[in-house]
Design a binder for this molecule. Structure first.
Ligand SMILES: N[C@@H](CCC(=O)N[C@@H](CS)C(=O)NCC(=O)O)C(=O)O
Length: 225
């Protein structure tokens, strides 16, 4: 098999790429990176020294592709079937790129900040940073709520890379600051996302690992084993 995805089934940014792979029915081999295991971590750092998962390795083209947005664009160019996740029409492509960045930067990263703070040791907490991250989530929820009025997916009727980014970012954000009742458009959009086969499969594969998530008590029962 040509494609290997270095990933972890619990990791939000890995979900983004898994959803893309499943949407476009692309075959790949998953290689789990365990940052808690010195050997596994060291091996992965050889591949991508900044140590962020996922990374895609394509033996056929002899390419190592990091960064989720680039991985999804690469897959769109070379693999898969059905509608591309980066729409061919220029304005739609810009919208998809914008909202892909938006979900990574203003939902995904604040979520990471809040979650990592919970597992930090005594004296290592950053209350101001966590408060800022929570404020960013609040602002972002309000903007997404507006964007989604009269839209099925983030950029309209086309499911795109932006929805791949949105799904895991919102899944974990919802465990930190619920939008279930405060943001009806967002809540309805999230319900549409988690009903998609690609997302159901990704979340089902994450289920055995959810006990490792620092805010596991806030994961809605429908997603648990
Ligand atoms: N900008 C990166 C972010 C990837 C990222 O933050 N991955 C997390 C897992 S969700 C990670 O590798 N964390 C490990 C660490 O920071 O040590 C991308 O889009 O690929």
């Amino acid at each position: 098999m040509s494609l290997t995805l270095f990933m972890h089934p619990l990791a939000s940014f890995c979900h983004k790429v898994l959803i893309a792979l499943y949407e476009r029915q692309i075959e790949f081999k998953a290689e789990i990176v365990d940052f808690g295991n010195e050997g596994s971590a060291a091996q992965f750092l050889e591949i991508w020294p900044v140590g962020k998962i996922p990374v895609l390795r394509d033996e056929k083209r002899n390419r190592t592709v990091p960064e989720t947005t680039i991985i999804i664009e690469y897959l769109d160019q070379h693999y898969g079937s059905g509608a591309r996740l980066l729409p061919p029409e220029a304005q739609q492509a810009l919208d998809a790129r914008l909202w892909d960045r938006f979900f990574d930067l203003y939902i995904g990263l604040p979520v990471q900040k809040i979650v990592i703070d919970r597992i930090r040791g005594e004296g290592e907490h950053d209350p101001k940073g966590v408060a800022d991250a929570r404020a960013t989530l609040t602002t972002a929820y309000g903007m997404i709520e507006k964007q989604l009025s009269e839209k099925t997916w983030v950029i309209g009727e086309t499911f795109s890379i932006a929805d791949c980014a949105a799904t895991p970012a919102l899944f974990y954000a919802n465990t930190l600051q619920s939008f279930a009742t405060s943001h009806p458009n967002l809540a309805a959009y999230f319900a549409r996302l988690v009903a998609r086969d690609s997302v159901r499969r990704t979340l089902a594969e994450a289920q055995p690992y959810f006990h490792m998530y620092p805010y596991r008590e806030n994961i809605p029962a429908q997603f648990l084993l």
